[in-house]
Design a protein around this ligand. Structure first.
Ligand SMILES: *Cc1c(COP(=O)(O)O)cnc(C)c1O
Length: 219
């Protein structure tokens, strides 16, 4: 078995265990493979193993890769900070944008669309000012705005909480995000990365975004 195959199997097992521990079904948690800086042949290998959802965080890098991985059933999701001048290109490449974080971006995306399109709102989690995402105080307004647009379909919240050496410390951030999703009646919750995805699942993740634990350390 290849390294990637082993990693993939291990991650699926850990997802299933965490889901079961928290009273859910393994199928309730989507695995999104994060392929930034992962070369196309390895992505194709992941597709052949059964992975279908992928995330990229840069439009320009994605433009060079996604056209080479157009396998049936494969979906690409944008998970980076989206500058409005790249909105058009992002819509052409991605099945969803997980990082809508402002009224102006939401308005711009909606204005370019001609049919329903899935989005997540990125919520700022933790208070480092450099982080992207909408803060809790502005969240309600953005939720209402997105729901009022003709084409955007609000499927969830996404967040990247602060990094802690000890992943247990991130648990309160995840549980707060779960509360926010419940308060706003939003079904999806994209939280959890390689070092903390089991805790994210215990706290209600419906999607985990995993790079390193699948593809190895990025160079
Ligand atoms: C890189 C990245 C991930 C995956 O991180 P790993 O720690 O490698 O699993 C998840 N989400 C976002 C937004 C990322 O940029």
């Amino acid at each position: 078995m290849s390294r990637l195959a082993e990693n993939y199997r291990g991650v699926l097992e850990r997802i299933a265990d965490a889901a079961t521990r928290s009273g859910r079904k393994p199928g309730d948690v989507r695995l999104l493979g994060v392929t930034k800086r992962v070369p196309v042949p390895r992505i194709l290998e992941a597709v052949s193993l059964g992975l279908r959802d992928f995330g990229e965080n840069r439009v320009q890098e994605a433009e060079g890769k996604i056209p080479l991985v157009r396998e049936p059933g494969v979906r690409w999701h944008f998970i980076g900070h989206l500058q409005s001048n790249k909105a058009r290109r992002a819509l052409d490449l991605f099945a969803s944008i997980r990082t809508v974080d402002s009224l102006s971006l939401a308005r711009r995306l909606n204005g370019m669309l001609h049919g329903p399109y899935a989005v997540f709102i990125e919520v700022r989690s933790g208070d480092e000012p450099t982080k992207s995402g909408v803060n809790e105080l502005e969240l309600e307004e953005l939720v209402q705005f997105v729901r009022g647009t003709q084409y955007l379909r609000l499927e969830g919240f996404m967040a990247v909480p602060p990094y802690f050496e000890n992943p247990e410390k991130v648990r309160p951030y995840f549980s707060r995000l779960r509360e926010l999703a419940a308060e706003h009646g939003v079904p999806g919750l994209s939280i959890g990365m390689s070092h903390d995805f089991e805790i994210a699942i215990e706290e209600g993740a419906t999607e985990v975004r995993i790079g390193t634990a699948l593809f190895g350390e990025r160079r």
